[in-house]
Design a protein around this ligand. Sequence first.
Ligand SMILES: Cc1cc2nc3c(=O)[nH]c(=O)nc-3n(C[C@H](O)[C@H](O)[C@H](O)COP(=O)(O)OP(=O)(O)OC[C@H]3O[C@@H](n4cnc5c(N)ncnc54)[C@H](O)[C@@H]3O)c2cc1C
Length: 503
Amino acid sequence: MEKTDVVVVGSGPTGLLLAAELALAGVDVVVLDKLPERRVQAKALNLQPRTAEVLDLRGLLDDAHQRAIATVTEGHFARLPVPLRYDGWSARRPYQVGIPQARVEELLEERLLSHGMRVRYGHELVGLVQDGTGVTATVRVPNGDERTLRAAYLAACDGGRSTVRKLLGVPFPGTDARAFGIVADVVLGRTSAAVPTRWTSTAKLFAHTAPAGQVTALIPLDEPGHYQLFTIGPDIRPESREAPVSKAELETALRKSYGEEAEITEVRQATRFTDASRQVERYRVGRVLLAGDAAHIHLLAGAQGMNLGIQDAMNLGWKLAAEVLGRAPEGLLDSYHAERHPVAAEVLENTRAQGLFMFAKEDPGVDALRGLFTKLLALPQVNRYLAGRISGLGIRYPMDGADTGSSHELLGARMPDIQLADDVWAGELLHTGRGVLLTVDSAFVDAARPWSDRVEAVLLPEIPLTGEGADALLIRPDGYVCWTAPAKSDLETALTTWFGTPT
Ligand SMILES: Cc1cc2nc3c(=O)[nH]c(=O)nc-3n(C[C@H](O)[C@H](O)[C@H](O)COP(=O)(O)OP(=O)(O)OC[C@H]3O[C@@H](n4cnc5c(N)ncnc54)[C@H](O)[C@@H]3O)c2cc1C
């Protein structure tokens, strides 16, 4: 029987980043995908600002920029006419990167290849048994044979219809589909004045008039006339999610929002989606971890699904690697569920609320709520809060301030990518996947020396924070600050809590 450390089921963005993170830490991984080859499908089109930062932490953002089609400085909430702005979050790059999901997957797969690992396409997970020491997976290989694979852990990154979830018998509670939509790659012939030619603000793309209850938007891609068409609402009523998408169906939606003269000459791809919202109750089931769409699905409002999955992978990768390498402190792997479950629950909450605003047909109560919410969105603090939630920049993990004795504003929050010296930015220090200690005190550098295989200590003349100052900041491999000085607890305790006992 073949053996490995971790089996990753699914090579979407979640599985690819997770596998690359494990490989970076020196863990042996097998990535399976039932597809015969990488799919090219009209799906996500954006990296939210925090996801862009996360890729930057591993030196992948420049590459993403080269493959991108737009820089998007404003988001939206439920198409309300006040855009979401990212400038209140100390982001070095306060914008979304417009990039098709297929290109994100391409660059993540290239990163995996650079670690000498290939996705095993045509390999479908069909069975799964776990015991106290590992997981045995049954895999159907391209010639139809079934083989077994033994690993210490298995990661379910196999999407919304997750086979792993079903094999484990894990419930997926939530709400069924009430609205159906389509995302399609189309080429337009004739257009109208309402058809946008540039994508710099998602709020503006959704700002044109549309029939009540129907949401249709055109997002310009990188060839003239080539668009992603997004449409959802009562006009779309397929027999099932698998029903083929017709050109007429798309053209009807397009003309209702963009005028009779708009015309589609080619439909390159089309995918149906719904507003079904579900989330598993536990992200860990013994030696199986669920991540990405396998753990949560929701309406595509605000473009958050792929972003959520990539950030799940970044949170899980270094923790699972530490566990497999035998150096994880107690509770570290379980902190994946504790930290990431509430983040996705908030996304389900905001997408459900957006769905109500977007699809409700002429309801005076909803109209009043919409008006009130628009006024609230114009308040800087409200706008910053919602922008922080949807962009991911506002995520803050509970780090037990009572224990550390610190209430520093960065504790549990993302480390902003600040410039530390002429050519050194904080984010670049995390490229190796190790933790980082920034400090102005050489005593802290000495104290961190026993952990030098997992934490890089950097002595600076000052830590140039724009807000509250600090003598030291301990940053986890996923870019979140887990300890600050001055504090009641000592650095050694914090290093042991997050990085284990030194060897
Ligand atoms: C039309 C559409 C538009 C979207 N737009 C956006 C957007 O604008 N922004 C955004 O952030 N998100 C968007 N999303 C959501 C986003 O595409 C998903 O959240 C994302 O793909 C989830 O990634 P994943 O890696 O978790 O799962 P997936 O991408 O679904 O990957 C799962 C992989 O697992 C493989 N697999 C499944 N079962 C098995 C098995 N038994 N054995 C082996 N392999 C298996 C599948 O073949 C697949 O490759 C959109 C989704 C859709 C459908």
